[in-house]
Design a binder for this molecule. Structure first.
Ligand code: WTA
Length: 645
């Protein structure tokens, strides 16, 4: 069964796209009519990009959890909402039906209420990939609390910064998390993050690993005890209920921190209605999801991909979402393929990094696996190289599953540019066409539209979007000016993506990567300034400069040039100390791949580091490093070049 807002042909794509641009209000009102509103909106869209102020479905009242859960109950109570595949394949699978999900979310909403959480309060969630993470997220949404999920790979210091920025008073965590053959001590990290924190009132701890944890009286409470107590409150005579808070369409749903070109991550804020419409609409259309299909998105819910395409998008569409606790290479590199066969997965959505990594194991892990259930493949998070695309197409898709290359960002809530599986044509390495409602434009440094083709017949420049789509970010938490400056001030009246792009004669877009100082490491965004700040925290470091370089598996690697003034240990020990410092300040994901010690950095007379030169050296370029005549000390470039690792 398909959806009323599902695009079913190439022709319909073109007519829908045109409608969405000619009359966005009529178009998005028709889509929104397929959802459950406590009260209909007064005005579909009001906006300006100067403040910016963007309001979708103004005056509308709703709760996203009623759309994701309650409204499916009459027809789908016993259908699986979430299928959970544990880290250890020997452990029991859990199938969470819509009825069960409803019960657990109501229970957890009651737990939050019992502990004093109110509408608008910020709740930080730091958990492994267990179904309880989804219950926690949806429980917050049920009572109108704003969740801020933090990926389990971030350090105590990163959590402390985010808690402070969001002024969060509540935390939901696990004792520990399983990841391959490792156990990550989540609660212990939270304990460190809370040293000196005076704001957090309650920490709810779900037991996953039953590793020893400290439990502070009055502050730390067990999930299981709380849920058991709440069960009696939400269930009467076998009927489960917990009233869903009536939310304004524009009330914030969640905060998700993401890296930019400054040293401090930004709290991207999405609002209830626009986020819901955008994730559901894009989910159904790009994957061509049909009721009953099993959708497997391999992301972690700590990132936007997991928020939008494991939890909210699929559930808003009444889909079955497969959630995987483990990693693709444990117990062996055939794990994803086993999961596909075991759960008869129809849609696989993963990152190019995972594909390249699994590709590197050769054909052996593919032998004997059953891929016959697969209908659609997808990629997200970074550009996919053609070699990986073809490998994915031939070995996993057996050349008969369309591959959707979905381009989007934390700030966009869901996909903006992608082919639609089997409906609009794919082009390897290209995200292809914009979704209805999305109006991309390629501009030059000054913000003027590029109209001249380059030598390959392409338009090439910086990618912006001309008008709002329902899922555009509304603000950055606690600092609206930061949102304006970061996204809406570079070019007047345009949303600037930070990405470069090229466009071919058929209107297809290819994303060429970030044009700002943001790195994309294994599909994860990390700011160079953030990594530099962390390196500079090390007691022996005088100064550092961080750039990205091409990495076979991760897409990009982190290359750090460091001026060091200490005398502890040899170079390798110093490297390890610096890496550990970065892991403590940000998290292991930001550890540099390469650290080169230098005596100076190439700076202009005004003291600006010439990153262009450093980038070229890190990329292995030795000749054309560009003009160095403006450098204070051009000699330093030769030294750096000679010392390249
Ligand atoms: C990059 C992840 C090429 C891009 C959903 C963007 C991509 C950043 C693609 C956002 C793609 C994402 N092709 N590049 N299909 N998808 N990117 O916020 O540089 O973690 O700006 O959101 O990832 O990363 P974020």
């Amino acid at each position: 069964m398909s959806y009323p807002y599902q695009i079913k042909s190439l022709e319909q794509y073109h007519t829908d796209y045109k409608k969405s641009v000619d009359d966005p209000e009529a178009f998005w009102a028709a889509v929104a009519d397929n959802f459950y509103w406590k009260k209909k909106w007064d005005k579909v869209l009001e906006w300006n990009f100067t403040e910016p102020k963007i309001e979708w479905y103004k005056g509308g009242k709703l709760n996203i959890t009623e759309n994701c859960i309650d409204r499916h109950l009459p027809t789908m109570a016993e259908k699986p909402a979430i299928i959970w595949e544990p880290n250890n394949p020997e452990e029991r699978i859990r199938t969470v039906t819509y009825a069960r999900l409803h019960k657990r979310v109501c229970q957890f909403a009651q737990v939050l209420k019992n502990n004093g959480v109110k509408k608008g309060d910020r709740v930080c969630i730091y958990m492994g990939m267990v179904p309880e993470l989804a219950y926690a997220v949806l429980g917050c949404a049920r009572i109108g609390a704003i969740h801020s999920v933090i990926f389990g790979g971030f350090s105590a210091q990163s959590i402390a910064d985010r808690l402070e920025d969001a002024q969060a008073e509540f935390i939901v965590t696990c004792d520990g998390a399983y990841r391959g053959d490792k156990i990550i001590p989540l609660k212990a990290v939270i304990d460190d993050a809370l040293i000196g924190n005076k704001l957090v009132k309650k920490v709810i701890v779900y037991t996953r690993t039953r590793m020893p944890v400290s439990m502070i009286k009055g502050r730390d409470i067990w999930w299981e005890d709380e849920m058991e107590f709440a069960e009696g409150q939400v269930e009467k005579d076998g009927v489960v209920s917990f009233p869903a808070e009536e939310m304004d369409a524009e009330d914030p749903l969640f905060i998700l921190y993401t890296s930019g070109s400054t040293g401090k991550p930004k709290g991207v804020v999405h609002s209830v209605a626009g986020y819901m419409i955008w994730t559901a609409y894009t989910f159904v259309n790009m994957f061509q999801y049909n009721k009953g299909d099993v959708h497997f998105c391999t992301a972690d819910i700590g990132w936007i991909t997991g928020h939008s395409y494991i939890v909210y998008g699929p559930l808003a569409a009444g889909a079955t979402s497969l959630m995987f606790e483990g990693i693709p290479t444990w117990p062996n590199a055939g794990r994803f393929w086993d999961i596909i066969g075991k759960h008869k997965v129809n849609i696989l959505y993963t990152a190019p990094t995972a594909i390249r990594s699994l590709m590197s194991f050769g054909d052996a892990p593919l032998a004997g696996k059953d891929f016959s259930s697969l209908k659609v493949l997808g990629t997200v998070g970074e550009p996919i190289n053609e070699e990986a695309w073809h490998w994915y197409n031939e070995n996993i898709g057996n050349k008969n599953c369309p591959i959707v290359d979905t381009w989007w960002q934390t700030e966009t809530a869901g996909t903006l540019i992608s082919n639609l599986a089997g409906i609009t044509p794919a082009k390897p390495g290209w995200a292809t066409l914009p979704l209805p409602g999305v109006q991309p434009i390629i501009v030059d440094e000054k913000g003027d539209e590029i109209t001249e083709k380059d030598e390959h017949g392409m338009l090439k420049g910086n990618l912006c979007i001309k008008a709002p789509w329902p899922g555009v970010l509304r603000t950055t938490y606690g600092d609206h000016e930061r949102c304006r400056v970061n996204y809406f001030a570079t070019y007047p009246n345009l949303y600037f993506t930070g990405d470069g792009a090229i466009k071919d004669e058929n209107g297809n877009y290819k994303i060429t990567g970030r044009v700002d100082d943001v790195l994309n490491i294994s599909g994860h965004r990390i700011g160079t300034a953030e990594v530099e700040n962390a390196i500079n925290m090390h007691s022996g470091v005088v100064e550092s400069a961080v750039v990205g370089y091409p990495h076979d598996i991760k897409g990009q690697g982190i290359y750090a040039y460091v001026i060091y003034n200490g005398h502890h240990g040899d170079e390798n020990q110093r490297r390890q100390d610096i890496s550990l410092t970065v892991a403590k300040i940000i998290g292991a994901i930001a550890k540099p791949d390469k650290i080169q010690f230098v005596s100076g950095l190439p700076k202009t007379r005004s003291g600006k580091i010439m990153r262009r030169i450093l980038r070229k050296i890190a990329e292995g370029e030795t000749e054309n490093l560009g003009d160095s005549s403006t450098l204070l000390d051009p000699e330093v470039v030769n030294e750096i070049k000679d010392g390249k690792i």
